[in-house]
Design a binder for this molecule. Structure first.
Ligand code: PMP
Length: 355
């Protein structure tokens, strides 16, 4: 640390991204990316746009915004596009949370929430999950002006609240913004976008990183009431109006034109998730019922960290978290059927070698 780093920020504990090692070719099941490449039209659109990179991007992202709005059945002024959904989450924390509207989120959830809270000096409370790792929606009712953030489905558990439970949270917190982070919603969960016209305090965030194979392009979005979205644009124009670059905007637009390709890929991931869940259970694992592109699983025969290390030694990366309450588990991203078969047979070998 330099002696110039301000006192305000020098105490930050930054987010730890999943590892991206380069020492060998791994089967990467650790960062919840899609195992499928972008569609050919998306690659073409990005290449084509590369020839215009001397020009700034359109700060309004007009074409992509219109296309997204029509696909999601909202008006364009209910949409904001960002550099990954991490950015819309950060903007939302900046815009809607402070000392008077502190943040509330589950104690086991996306690791960026406490980091953004600390970066923006927003007090926060972490509410414990239930014993079965589910969110108890009743813990989030009537919080009187607090800002609620819930990943739905949650990560790394993969578990979901119902739309009725989400609505109850939004309805009983009319004086605070409720942010529903739907990064994984396309893998079988119910979206709260259908509620944005009914509740002025609801912001739904989603991403092109998982279901639309664009993690490396960095494209996320928020959908909410016009007033909330307008506030987020104020923050965006005060931070980086060109937050979505030209190639990414073109790729995102082309991805929405090819929506069927991506929804087919989501179905393949869901099938591979069912295969993986069943195969792990047959090997004696406890696997939480996931509605995402990953599963959260533990074995009584091998610890979470040991399994992670054994898999890594054999060329398969999964995600292990050292937090005490989940240290027995690993989060396993769902890949292609072939990748998951290799994963399962490798786990089987590791368990056989133990016994
Ligand atoms: N929310 C959750 C719950 C996530 O797991 C992630 C991905 N790590 C994100 C948001 C952010 O993803 P991105 O910035 O790639 O859209």
């Amino acid at each position: 640390m330099s002696r110039f780093f301000t006192e305000r920020l020098s105490g930050l504990t930054p987010f730890t991204p999943g590892e991206q090692p380069r020492d060998m070719q791994y089967i990467k099941l650790n960062t919840n990316e899609s195992p499928f490449p972008p569609s050919p039209a998306v690659v073409e659109a990005a290449k084509d746009e590369a020839g215009r990179l001397q020009l700034y991007s359109d700060p309004a992202c007009r074409e992509l915004t219109d296309k997204l709005a029509s696909l999601y059945g909202v008006s364009p002024d209910q949409v904001i596009l960002t550099n990954g959904s991490d950015e819309v989450l950060n903007f939302a924390f900046m815009a809607f949370a402070d000392e008077e509207h502190p943040l509330v989120f589950p104690d086991i959830t996306y690791g960026f929430y406490p980091v953004f809270a600390e970066l923006n000096r927003i007090p926060y409370t972490e509410i414990p999950l239930k014993e079965d790792f589910s969110v108890d929606y009743r813990d989030y009712l009537n919080l009187g002006g607090k800002t609620v953030v819930i990943a739905n489905p949650n990560a790394p558990t993969g578990l979901c609240l119902t739309l009725r439970e989400v609505e109850e949270i939004v309805k009983t917190n009319p004086d605070g913004v409720v942010i529903i982070d739907e990064a994984y919603v396309d893998f079988g969960a119910e979206s709260a976008v259908s509620l944005v016209d009914k509740y002025e305090n609801l912001l739904v965030t989603q991403t092109f990183s998982k279901s639309r194979s664009l993690a490396g392009a960095r494209l996320g979005f928020g959908i909410g009431s016009k007033a909330l979205i307008s506030d987020l644009h104020t923050v965006r124009y005060s931070t980086n109006p060109y937050n979505v670059n030209r190639m990414t905007a073109a790729a995102g637009y082309a991805a929405l034109c090819d929506n069927d390709y991506y929804m087919d890929n989501c179905r393949a991931v869901m099938e591979n998730r069912a295969y993986t869940t069943e195969a792990l259970r047959e090997l004696g694992f406890e696997v939480l019922p996931s509605l995402t592109n990953f599963v959260f699983a533990k074995s009584d025969h091998i610890g979470g960290e040991a399994l992670y290390a054994e898999l890594k030694r054999r060329g398969i990366l999964v995600r292990h978290f050292s937090k005490a309450s989940i240290t027995d588990y690993n989060r396993i991203t769902i890949g292609t059927r072939e990748q998951m078969e290799t994963f399962i047979s490798t786990v089987k070998t590791i368990l056989e070698e133990l016994s």
